[in-house]
Design a protein around this ligand. Structure first.
Ligand code: NAI
Length: 482
């Protein structure tokens, strides 16, 4: 039972499934006991919504509560496996466009990990809307699937801005962008170049780039050297779990999901159905998420007090059963031990925090108009099991005008024509590149004619227009293409 205080601030609380209600209610209790002033509006999502037949897992009342209060503390939500409902987490994140996922990973006292004593204290900031997670997938042939990786200028600028604003709010001194821009020069490259542009507005914060694979390596070799890492959705998904592993696992990992209107705070772990209702859950991640929430609503004193009491409890050797060693207690006893220590300091200093001032960016603030654009040609993806030489001959024979010239065929990204037959394994999916013989002859009408001619010999399933901006090609070359 949560009593309200009629304070000016109300937080929507979704207790969630499995261990959610246990760890969420004690977190609210500790936040209040630390002196924070806020009221609570309980809202439902997850299992209870799915059993009522709400496909997105989030009832309208809950969406209304989140819209009204703009700050959410959320327990884990069960996602139905197989047919039926979608993830309630994804519904919430997408509805309120929470594009920034913030995952701190900090060494905690008394929590053993292979890196204990190294002083790890880093934050991974993951773009959380775009990239491969835009969910645009197709089976292009019965044997080849495609997932579109979409990276926008505004999405990249926003997350870079969020990373620098977050670093400033925590007094952190460096932000590194982790990408695969050496291979995906256009998508990951755009993310990197927007980061570099935004970095110029933060001259007092050190900024640099690291390739994502090297970043994973360095995170294991020298994790203490990292401060803030900002990265794309897929990279961040993997790196943030890696970072949790460095400091004791998901049970200790809090997170924040930030959008321009709504901020939602939650533990990274799931519903832990195997230990639900058994007074065994570790509430640390949830309490640390509550600390992040308190800082978000500028209850800095209460946040520091709760964080220090939690750190001191762990330093005193008190922890839940998931941590090896003596001193294990139940969830409630752990929470009581924290409460007893409110007002005392651990030997782990708390940073000075200031309000998060995230500059809002919209497409009109960042989008560019190239000084000139030209249409170079067309990539046409076709389905066939025939040899590349045969494909080239048949297509060339099918072209009945000279508006386009077949210049290259690739299979899985490697050029297979012109040139000697390739030894690489080939699949029923070719990309045929056509360049306009004269750029003036490129029009939707000539493209339609070309497609009709190709369609006479092969099934095509995808086209991509090839453009240059200011004479610079805006498309990648195939491996081996000149
Ligand atoms: P899980 O994180 O719930 O459990 C994995 C293992 O970690 C289990 O052995 C569990 O007992 C343990 N564990 C997790 N949290 C713990 C805690 N606080 N204290 C002690 N032990 C803990 O992951 P799983 O089993 O893959 O997922 C269960 C459900 O949770 C699924 O329906 C999944 O979709 C959902 N889920 C929800 C998330 C969210 O709402 N943000 C995140 C991850 C999973």
């Amino acid at each position: 039972m949560i009593n309200n205080l009629n304070s000016k601030r109300t937080v929507t609380v979704i207790e969630g499934d499995g261990v959610g209600p246990e760890i969420t209610s004690l977190t609210i209790d500790l936040m209040r006991a630390s002196g924070a002033m806020f009221d609570v509006e309980l809202a439902e999502a997850g299992e209870v919504a799915f059993t009522k037949g709400i496909a997105g897992g989030v009832p309208q009342d809950t969406l209304d509560s989140v819209s009204r209060n703009k700050v959410v503390l959320k327990g884990p939500l069960a996602t139905p496996i197989g047919e039926g409902g979608k993830s309630a987490n994804v519904t919430l994140r997408k509805t309120f466009e929470m594009f920034a996922n913030i995952r701190p990973a900090r060494e905690l006292p008394g929590i053993p990990s292979p890196f204990s004593g190294r002083g790890i204290d880093l934050v991974i900031i993951r773009e959380n809307v775009e990239d491969l997670y835009a969910g645009i997938e197709h089976m292009q042939t019965p044997n080849v699937a495609q997932c579109l990786k979409l990276i926008s200028r505004v999405g990249s600028a926003r997350i870079a801005e969020a990373a620098f604003a977050f670093a400033l709010s925590q007094g952190r001194s460096s932000v590194v962008v982790a990408t695969k821009a050496n291979i995906m020069k256009l998508t990951e490259g755009l993310f990197k170049s927007e980061f570099e542009r935004i970095a110029k507005g933060y001259p007092n914060i050190e900024s640099s780039h690291i390739l994502i694979d090297n970043c994973a390596h360095q995170l294991v070799m020298k994790p203490e050297d990292f401060d803030v890492i900002v990265t794309t959705n897929m990279n961040g998904d993997i790196l943030s779990d890696l970072a949790s592993g460095l400091v004791g696992g998901l049970g200790f990992s809090p997170s924040a999901n930030l959008g321009y209107e709504v901020a939602m705070f939650e533990a990274v772990h799931g519903t832990a159905p195997d230990i639900a209702g058994k007074n065994k859950a570790n509430p640390t991640a949830m309490i640390l998420s509550g600390v992040m929430l308190l800082r978000h609503i500028e209850e800095f004193t209460a946040a520091d007090k709760l964080e220090q009491a939690l750190l001191l409890t762990l330093e005193d050797g008190i922890h839940t059963f998931d941590v090896p060693g003596t001193g294990a207690v139940g969830t409630l006893e752990f929470s009581e031990a924290i409460k007893l220590r409110l007002g005392s300091l651990s030997s782990y200093p708390t940073k000075t925090h200031s309000p998060l001032a995230m500059k809002k960016l919209w497409p009109e603030d960042v989008d560019v108009t190239p000084p000139s654009r030209s249409k170079d040609g067309l990539d046409v993806l076709i389905e066939t099991n025939e040899e590349a030489q045969v494909v080239a001959q048949k297509i060339q024979a099918a072209l009945r005008d000279d508006n386009f010239r077949l210049t290259m065929i690739s299979n899985r990204g490697t050029r297979v024509w012109p040139g000697a037959p390739s030894n690489a394994t080939q699949v029923d999916h070719y990309r045929c590149r056509f360049l306009a013989t004269k750029k003036s002859r490129w029009s939707d009408e000539t493209v339609s004619r070309l497609l009709a001619q190709i369609g006479g010999v092969y099934r095509w399933m995808h086209i991509e227009k090839l453009e240059s901006y200011h004479d610079k090609p805006q498309y990648s070359k195939a491996q081996g293409e000149d």
